[in-house]
Design a protein around this ligand. Structure first.
Ligand SMILES: [Fe+2]
Ligand SMILES: [Fe+2]
Length: 383
Protein backbone atom coordinates (compact mmCIF):
# COMPACT_ATOMS: atom_id res chain seq x y z
CA UNK A 1 0.00 0.00 0.00
CA UNK A 2 1.34 3.47 -0.79
CA UNK A 3 2.32 5.73 2.08
CA UNK A 4 -0.29 8.36 1.22
CA UNK A 5 -3.02 5.71 0.97
CA UNK A 6 -2.01 4.40 4.36
CA UNK A 7 -2.14 7.85 5.92
CA UNK A 8 -5.51 8.55 4.31
CA UNK A 9 -6.98 5.32 5.58
CA UNK A 10 -5.56 6.11 9.01
CA UNK A 11 -7.40 9.43 8.95
CA UNK A 12 -10.60 7.72 7.78
CA UNK A 13 -10.40 5.28 10.63
CA UNK A 14 -10.10 8.14 13.04
CA UNK A 15 -8.30 7.83 16.32
CA UNK A 16 -10.62 5.23 17.81
CA UNK A 17 -9.70 2.33 15.53
CA UNK A 18 -6.55 0.46 16.53
CA UNK A 19 -4.11 -0.28 13.73
CA UNK A 20 -2.54 -3.70 13.37
CA UNK A 21 -0.07 -4.95 10.77
CA UNK A 22 0.30 -8.68 10.06
CA UNK A 23 3.48 -9.93 8.36
CA UNK A 24 3.83 -13.37 6.78
CA UNK A 25 5.22 -14.72 3.48
CA UNK A 26 2.32 -17.18 3.10
CA UNK A 27 -0.72 -15.51 1.52
CA UNK A 28 -2.90 -18.35 2.79
CA UNK A 29 -1.93 -17.64 6.37
CA UNK A 30 -2.70 -13.93 5.97
CA UNK A 31 -6.06 -14.76 4.38
CA UNK A 32 -6.79 -17.07 7.30
CA UNK A 33 -6.08 -14.24 9.75
CA UNK A 34 -8.26 -11.88 7.71
CA UNK A 35 -11.15 -14.35 7.93
CA UNK A 36 -10.52 -15.13 11.58
CA UNK A 37 -10.67 -11.48 12.62
CA UNK A 38 -13.48 -10.43 10.28
CA UNK A 39 -15.78 -9.67 13.19
CA UNK A 40 -13.27 -7.22 14.67
CA UNK A 41 -13.16 -4.95 11.62
CA UNK A 42 -15.11 -2.23 13.39
CA UNK A 43 -12.52 -2.00 16.18
CA UNK A 44 -9.32 -2.78 14.34
CA UNK A 45 -7.86 -1.51 11.11
CA UNK A 46 -5.80 -4.38 9.70
CA UNK A 47 -3.04 -4.28 7.10
CA UNK A 48 -1.08 -7.20 5.67
CA UNK A 49 2.52 -7.40 4.41
CA UNK A 50 4.10 -10.31 2.54
CA UNK A 51 7.70 -9.71 3.65
CA UNK A 52 10.05 -7.78 5.93
CA UNK A 53 10.95 -4.94 3.54
CA UNK A 54 7.32 -4.24 2.74
CA UNK A 55 6.48 -4.36 6.46
CA UNK A 56 9.26 -1.89 7.36
CA UNK A 57 8.07 0.61 4.75
CA UNK A 58 4.47 0.29 5.92
CA UNK A 59 5.41 0.51 9.63
CA UNK A 60 7.35 3.76 9.12
CA UNK A 61 4.30 5.52 7.74
CA UNK A 62 1.44 3.56 9.22
CA UNK A 63 1.65 4.41 12.92
CA UNK A 64 0.63 0.88 13.92
CA UNK A 65 -0.48 0.06 17.43
CA UNK A 66 0.74 -3.50 17.11
CA UNK A 67 2.64 -5.62 14.59
CA UNK A 68 2.25 -9.41 14.39
CA UNK A 69 5.00 -11.16 12.44
CA UNK A 70 5.88 -14.70 11.48
CA UNK A 71 9.46 -15.61 12.33
CA UNK A 72 10.39 -17.94 9.45
CA UNK A 73 10.36 -16.08 6.15
CA UNK A 74 12.67 -16.31 3.13
CA UNK A 75 15.26 -13.48 2.72
CA UNK A 76 14.70 -11.64 5.99
CA UNK A 77 13.19 -13.24 9.09
CA UNK A 78 10.84 -11.96 11.75
CA UNK A 79 13.91 -11.40 13.96
CA UNK A 80 15.41 -9.15 11.29
CA UNK A 81 12.16 -7.20 11.26
CA UNK A 82 12.31 -6.85 15.05
CA UNK A 83 15.86 -5.58 14.90
CA UNK A 84 15.15 -3.05 12.16
CA UNK A 85 12.01 -1.67 13.83
CA UNK A 86 13.60 -1.44 17.28
CA UNK A 87 16.45 0.65 15.83
CA UNK A 88 14.24 3.25 14.16
CA UNK A 89 12.86 6.26 15.97
CA UNK A 90 9.32 6.01 14.56
CA UNK A 91 8.88 2.31 15.33
CA UNK A 92 11.02 1.86 18.46
CA UNK A 93 8.05 1.52 20.81
CA UNK A 94 5.54 -0.38 18.66
CA UNK A 95 4.53 -3.63 20.37
CA UNK A 96 5.55 -6.61 18.22
CA UNK A 97 4.15 -10.12 18.61
CA UNK A 98 6.28 -12.87 17.06
CA UNK A 99 4.73 -16.09 15.77
CA UNK A 100 6.90 -19.19 16.17
CA UNK A 101 6.58 -22.95 15.98
CA UNK A 102 5.93 -24.69 19.26
CA UNK A 103 9.38 -26.31 19.51
CA UNK A 104 11.51 -23.31 18.59
CA UNK A 105 12.58 -22.40 22.13
CA UNK A 106 15.94 -20.89 21.07
CA UNK A 107 14.23 -18.64 18.58
CA UNK A 108 11.70 -17.58 21.21
CA UNK A 109 14.46 -16.58 23.62
CA UNK A 110 16.27 -14.58 20.94
CA UNK A 111 13.05 -12.86 19.91
CA UNK A 112 12.43 -11.74 23.50
CA UNK A 113 16.09 -10.65 23.82
CA UNK A 114 15.86 -8.27 20.89
CA UNK A 115 12.60 -6.73 21.96
CA UNK A 116 9.59 -8.86 21.06
CA UNK A 117 6.65 -7.77 23.18
CA UNK A 118 5.01 -11.19 23.18
CA UNK A 119 5.17 -14.63 21.51
CA UNK A 120 2.45 -16.76 20.01
CA UNK A 121 2.54 -20.35 18.76
CA UNK A 122 1.70 -21.28 15.22
CA UNK A 123 -0.87 -22.51 14.23
CA UNK A 124 -2.76 -19.69 15.84
CA UNK A 125 -6.04 -20.25 17.67
CA UNK A 126 -8.52 -17.40 17.32
CA UNK A 127 -9.14 -17.00 21.08
CA UNK A 128 -5.42 -16.87 21.79
CA UNK A 129 -4.74 -14.32 19.08
CA UNK A 130 -7.61 -12.04 20.09
CA UNK A 131 -6.69 -12.19 23.80
CA UNK A 132 -3.03 -11.48 23.07
CA UNK A 133 -3.86 -8.60 20.72
CA UNK A 134 -6.19 -7.04 23.28
CA UNK A 135 -3.61 -7.10 26.04
CA UNK A 136 -0.85 -5.74 23.80
CA UNK A 137 -3.13 -2.98 22.47
CA UNK A 138 -4.00 -1.99 26.05
CA UNK A 139 -0.29 -1.77 26.81
CA UNK A 140 0.24 0.45 23.77
CA UNK A 141 -2.63 2.74 24.84
CA UNK A 142 -1.00 3.22 28.29
CA UNK A 143 2.33 3.87 26.61
CA UNK A 144 0.77 6.52 24.34
CA UNK A 145 -0.97 8.15 27.28
CA UNK A 146 2.28 8.48 29.25
CA UNK A 147 4.08 9.82 26.19
CA UNK A 148 1.32 12.37 25.67
CA UNK A 149 1.41 13.44 29.33
CA UNK A 150 5.19 13.86 29.17
CA UNK A 151 4.92 16.01 26.06
CA UNK A 152 2.24 18.17 27.68
CA UNK A 153 4.36 18.58 30.81
CA UNK A 154 7.46 19.46 28.82
CA UNK A 155 5.52 22.03 26.81
CA UNK A 156 4.15 23.61 29.99
CA UNK A 157 7.62 23.82 31.53
CA UNK A 158 8.93 25.44 28.35
CA UNK A 159 6.09 27.98 28.30
CA UNK A 160 6.57 28.78 31.99
CA UNK A 161 10.34 29.25 31.48
CA UNK A 162 9.75 31.66 28.60
CA UNK A 163 7.23 33.60 30.75
CA UNK A 164 9.70 33.84 33.63
CA UNK A 165 12.51 34.96 31.35
CA UNK A 166 10.30 37.62 29.79
CA UNK A 167 9.17 38.88 33.20
CA UNK A 168 12.77 39.06 34.39
CA UNK A 169 13.89 41.07 31.35
CA UNK A 170 10.90 43.33 31.67
CA UNK A 171 11.75 44.14 35.29
CA UNK A 172 15.38 44.91 34.41
CA UNK A 173 14.37 47.30 31.61
CA UNK A 174 11.82 49.03 33.81
CA UNK A 175 14.32 49.46 36.62
CA UNK A 176 16.84 50.89 34.16
CA UNK A 177 14.19 53.26 32.84
CA UNK A 178 13.45 54.43 36.39
CA UNK A 179 17.10 55.50 36.65
CA UNK A 180 17.08 57.21 33.27
CA UNK A 181 13.86 59.10 34.03
CA UNK A 182 15.76 61.29 36.43
CA UNK A 183 18.58 61.98 34.01
CA UNK A 184 18.99 63.99 30.87
CA UNK A 185 19.49 60.72 29.01
CA UNK A 186 16.58 59.04 27.28
CA UNK A 187 15.55 55.41 27.56
CA UNK A 188 17.20 54.73 24.21
CA UNK A 189 20.61 55.45 25.73
CA UNK A 190 20.41 52.35 27.92
CA UNK A 191 19.27 50.20 24.98
CA UNK A 192 22.21 51.44 22.92
CA UNK A 193 24.67 50.82 25.76
CA UNK A 194 23.27 47.28 26.09
CA UNK A 195 23.56 46.53 22.36
CA UNK A 196 27.05 48.04 22.04
CA UNK A 197 28.26 46.24 25.18
CA UNK A 198 27.00 42.96 23.74
CA UNK A 199 28.80 43.66 20.44
CA UNK A 200 32.04 44.38 22.35
CA UNK A 201 31.71 41.20 24.44
CA UNK A 202 31.16 39.21 21.23
CA UNK A 203 34.17 40.85 19.57
CA UNK A 204 36.21 39.81 22.64
CA UNK A 205 34.97 36.19 22.16
CA UNK A 206 33.48 35.96 25.63
CA UNK A 207 31.36 32.88 26.53
CA UNK A 208 27.72 33.22 25.33
CA UNK A 209 26.19 33.20 28.84
CA UNK A 210 28.49 36.04 29.96
CA UNK A 211 27.68 38.02 26.82
CA UNK A 212 23.99 37.58 27.61
CA UNK A 213 24.46 38.67 31.25
CA UNK A 214 26.25 41.84 30.15
CA UNK A 215 23.56 42.56 27.56
CA UNK A 216 20.74 42.11 30.07
CA UNK A 217 22.26 44.06 32.97
CA UNK A 218 24.25 46.90 31.35
CA UNK A 219 21.08 49.06 31.08
CA UNK A 220 21.21 49.25 34.87
CA UNK A 221 24.60 51.02 34.96
CA UNK A 222 23.14 54.34 36.14
CA UNK A 223 20.16 53.06 38.13
CA UNK A 224 21.66 54.66 41.27
CA UNK A 225 20.86 58.13 39.86
CA UNK A 226 17.42 57.52 41.39
CA UNK A 227 19.05 58.47 44.69
CA UNK A 228 20.80 61.69 43.56
CA UNK A 229 19.06 64.97 44.49
CA UNK A 230 17.50 66.94 41.61
CA UNK A 231 19.49 70.07 42.38
CA UNK A 232 22.65 68.15 41.47
CA UNK A 233 21.34 65.75 38.86
CA UNK A 234 19.54 68.45 36.87
CA UNK A 235 21.93 71.34 37.58
CA UNK A 236 22.74 73.56 34.61
CA UNK A 237 26.46 74.16 34.49
CA UNK A 238 29.49 72.68 36.17
CA UNK A 239 29.23 70.84 39.49
CA UNK A 240 31.22 71.94 42.52
CA UNK A 241 33.60 69.44 44.03
CA UNK A 242 31.11 68.51 46.76
CA UNK A 243 28.32 68.12 44.24
CA UNK A 244 30.51 65.93 42.07
CA UNK A 245 31.27 63.72 45.06
CA UNK A 246 27.53 63.31 45.67
CA UNK A 247 26.92 62.62 41.98
CA UNK A 248 29.61 59.93 42.05
CA UNK A 249 27.66 58.13 44.76
CA UNK A 250 25.28 56.86 42.04
CA UNK A 251 27.51 53.76 41.72
CA UNK A 252 27.27 52.81 45.38
CA UNK A 253 23.56 53.67 45.56
CA UNK A 254 22.88 51.55 42.45
CA UNK A 255 24.81 48.59 43.84
CA UNK A 256 22.94 48.79 47.13
CA UNK A 257 19.63 48.56 45.24
CA UNK A 258 20.80 45.30 43.69
CA UNK A 259 22.65 43.89 46.70
CA UNK A 260 21.37 40.71 48.39
CA UNK A 261 18.18 41.24 50.34
CA UNK A 262 18.34 41.39 54.10
CA UNK A 263 17.31 38.02 55.60
CA UNK A 264 13.83 39.11 56.71
CA UNK A 265 13.04 40.38 53.17
CA UNK A 266 14.26 37.27 51.37
CA UNK A 267 12.32 35.13 53.88
CA UNK A 268 9.21 37.15 53.00
CA UNK A 269 9.87 36.71 49.26
CA UNK A 270 10.31 32.94 49.72
CA UNK A 271 7.02 32.76 51.62
CA UNK A 272 5.14 34.66 48.96
CA UNK A 273 6.52 32.52 46.13
CA UNK A 274 4.53 29.61 44.70
CA UNK A 275 7.59 28.12 43.09
CA UNK A 276 10.24 25.83 44.42
CA UNK A 277 13.88 26.84 44.19
CA UNK A 278 15.39 25.78 40.86
CA UNK A 279 18.20 26.59 38.41
CA UNK A 280 16.66 29.96 37.62
CA UNK A 281 17.47 31.20 41.14
CA UNK A 282 21.16 30.56 40.61
CA UNK A 283 20.97 32.21 37.22
CA UNK A 284 19.34 35.31 38.66
CA UNK A 285 22.14 35.44 41.29
CA UNK A 286 24.64 35.45 38.43
CA UNK A 287 22.75 38.24 36.67
CA UNK A 288 22.65 40.26 39.88
CA UNK A 289 26.41 39.81 40.37
CA UNK A 290 27.09 41.08 36.83
CA UNK A 291 24.71 44.01 37.35
CA UNK A 292 26.50 45.02 40.57
CA UNK A 293 29.92 44.71 38.87
CA UNK A 294 28.82 46.99 36.03
CA UNK A 295 27.16 49.53 38.31
CA UNK A 296 30.20 49.67 40.59
CA UNK A 297 32.93 49.81 37.93
CA UNK A 298 31.67 51.60 34.81
CA UNK A 299 33.41 54.81 35.98
CA UNK A 300 36.66 53.12 37.03
CA UNK A 301 39.65 53.88 34.78
CA UNK A 302 42.43 51.57 33.57
CA UNK A 303 45.12 53.69 35.28
CA UNK A 304 43.26 53.72 38.61
CA UNK A 305 42.13 57.36 38.42
CA UNK A 306 38.40 56.55 38.24
CA UNK A 307 35.72 56.20 40.94
CA UNK A 308 34.34 55.00 43.36
CA UNK A 309 37.21 52.64 44.35
CA UNK A 310 40.08 53.80 42.08
CA UNK A 311 40.84 50.23 41.05
CA UNK A 312 43.11 49.72 38.03
CA UNK A 313 43.80 47.33 35.13
CA UNK A 314 42.22 43.91 35.26
CA UNK A 315 41.09 44.48 38.85
CA UNK A 316 38.23 46.16 36.99
CA UNK A 317 35.89 43.35 35.86
CA UNK A 318 35.67 42.94 32.08
CA UNK A 319 31.95 43.81 32.22
CA UNK A 320 32.83 47.23 33.71
CA UNK A 321 35.65 47.76 31.19
CA UNK A 322 33.20 47.10 28.36
CA UNK A 323 30.35 49.29 29.60
CA UNK A 324 32.83 52.16 30.25
CA UNK A 325 33.65 52.29 26.52
CA UNK A 326 30.05 51.84 25.33
CA UNK A 327 28.73 54.47 27.78
CA UNK A 328 31.30 57.16 26.94
CA UNK A 329 30.91 56.60 23.18
CA UNK A 330 27.14 56.92 23.33
CA UNK A 331 27.23 59.98 25.60
CA UNK A 332 29.65 61.76 23.24
CA UNK A 333 27.64 60.92 20.13
CA UNK A 334 24.42 62.17 21.75
CA UNK A 335 23.11 65.69 22.03
CA UNK A 336 22.66 67.08 25.56
CA UNK A 337 21.11 70.36 26.75
CA UNK A 338 24.65 71.68 27.29
CA UNK A 339 26.39 70.19 24.22
CA UNK A 340 25.86 69.14 20.64
CA UNK A 341 26.44 65.59 19.43
CA UNK A 342 30.05 64.96 18.42
CA UNK A 343 30.71 63.39 15.01
CA UNK A 344 32.29 59.92 14.77
CA UNK A 345 35.81 61.31 13.96
CA UNK A 346 35.53 63.88 16.79
CA UNK A 347 34.44 61.18 19.23
CA UNK A 348 37.26 58.83 18.19
CA UNK A 349 39.84 61.69 18.41
CA UNK A 350 38.60 62.42 21.89
CA UNK A 351 38.57 58.81 23.09
CA UNK A 352 41.83 57.60 21.51
CA UNK A 353 44.19 59.17 24.10
CA UNK A 354 42.13 57.29 26.71
CA UNK A 355 43.43 53.92 25.46
CA UNK A 356 45.48 52.52 28.36
CA UNK A 357 44.65 55.43 30.71
CA UNK A 358 40.86 55.64 30.82
CA UNK A 359 40.01 52.51 28.81
CA UNK A 360 41.33 48.94 28.83
CA UNK A 361 43.63 48.68 25.76
CA UNK A 362 42.17 45.29 24.79
CA UNK A 363 38.57 46.50 25.00
CA UNK A 364 39.44 49.75 23.22
CA UNK A 365 41.07 47.85 20.31
CA UNK A 366 37.99 45.64 20.03
CA UNK A 367 35.85 48.80 20.00
CA UNK A 368 37.90 50.33 17.15
CA UNK A 369 37.20 47.13 15.13
CA UNK A 370 33.44 47.52 15.49
CA UNK A 371 32.75 51.27 15.43
CA UNK A 372 30.49 50.62 12.43
CA UNK A 373 28.39 48.24 14.57
CA UNK A 374 28.09 50.96 17.24
CA UNK A 375 26.81 53.32 14.54
CA UNK A 376 24.29 50.73 13.28
CA UNK A 377 22.98 50.48 16.84
CA UNK A 378 22.64 54.29 16.96
CA UNK A 379 20.68 54.27 13.73
CA UNK A 380 18.35 51.57 14.98
CA UNK A 381 17.73 53.21 18.35
CA UNK A 382 18.02 56.88 17.47
CA UNK A 383 17.48 59.48 20.16
FE1 LIG B 1 27.28 56.30 35.47
FE1 LIG C 1 25.02 56.07 30.81
Amino acid sequence: MLATQQIESAIEDGLTKKRILFVDDEPNFLNGIRRMLRTYRDDWHMDFAGGVDEAVAMAENGAYDTIVSDVNMPMKSGLDLLEILRNREQTRNVPIIILTGNAESDLKRRALDIGATDLLNKPVAQDDLVARLRSVLRLKAYQDQILHQNETLERRVRERTVDLERARRDIIWRLAKAGEFRDEETGDHVIRVACCSRALAQELSMPPDEIQSIFLTSPLHDVGKIGIPDRILLKNGALTEDERAIMQRHCVIGASILQAQPKRISAFLDESSDYADDGKVQESDRLRDTAIQIIMTHHEKWDGSGYPNSIAGDAIPISGQIVAVADVYDAMRSERPYKRAFTVPETLDHMRPGRGSHFSPRVFDAFINIVSTFEEVRERFAQ
